[in-house]
Design a protein around this ligand. Sequence first.
Ligand code: PMP
Length: 409
Amino acid sequence: MALNQFNINDIRAQFPVLDQQVYGKPLVYFDNAATTQKPLCVIERERDYYLHENCNIHRGVHYLSQMATEAYENARKTVAQFINARQPQEIVFTRGTTESLNLLATSLGQLLVGEGDKVVVSAMEHHSNMVPWQQMLMHSKGQLLVIRMDKNGVLDLNHYEELLKQRPKIVSIAHISNTLGTVNPIKEMISMAHKYDIPVVIDGAQSMAHQVIDVQDLDCDFYVFSGHKMYAPMGIGGLYGKMEWLEKMPPYQFGGEMVDTVSFEKTTFNKVPFKFEAGTPNVGAALGLETAVKFIQSFDRQEVEAYEDELLRYATEQLANIEGMRFIGQAPKRNGLISFVIDGIHPYDLGTIIDKMGVAVRTGHHCAEPVMTFFGIPGTVRASFAMYNTKEEIDIFVKAVDKAANMLK
Ligand code: PMP
């Protein structure tokens, strides 16, 4: 496949939503960690599906149903190949990271976690990678073990080793923190857990758009993600699982499509991955996800990563000049986002003022309340980047932050 030149103007032209004014100011969209914008090709793919192909899949004998089934299963193949899964069947389509993690907490939990057992997460998890495990453990009277981090937002691997010695049943950690931007050393952490035969779940919500993911190289047991954070539509995401696990795990939801034979006495279940895909899936969004994957693949990934790293470096350097600036998360390896507070200013007030200047950032606890408790702050201002952002936008953003900070002091 011929790669697209990394030309920022061409890229931005594919995202018409960026080309608008809010409050009479050009929009600067820096809330990409919450959701990325969608390129025209993705929007058109989903639209095309509804215009020409819409049909329920897997059970129809007629033409449209067969075409839609084939397209949906091809989307699975594309996603599998994107993350180097061994086979397409190792990809379960879900609504996104949250649903994937709930599936795992329920199903893998049922398979592995008995009374009093333990599960390890890290101190920087999104609520989605903490609450499902916590709730499951409440029922089994088990315990959630939390890997400590330091004040830079770096996980303490010695503490992790100590926790592994307590023989937890599952480890579940974020690849990239959505609050601190820390890139965790997941390959090393997976291998450490495997020495104790403990399976590892990786929350890849923040990494799929930014990094090349190779699940075989990582050797993770599960990798979960959301389409909408990687230029795909909302309502679609996935769960990669090693086939040997998926085959052993019980179904998570019950209903049509996931069954093999049904009688009032007994039900047998369909094969993997259909066993985990009860009911009618979001076919149009799955096709949009496939197109988003192809969109990402149409660029030199290293070039995109280097460009995004440069945006992060530049934003950090520029923001550091603002009086009272305190970065939350200063790990040496960070990706995609920058989180900060300014002395004496509530992040919410800052976010509200810069919004009126056209700059969209996220403020608050970013669904990671324990992280805020750890740093003793109510929240942060978070600016997160995508491949379509520019240094000029960072200049506007930094000026807006400076101006707002002066107004609020
Ligand atoms: N984990 C992480 C690290 C995230 O950043 C997010 C989204 N902010 C989630 C999980 C949840 O993703 P979703 O809302 O798409 O299910």
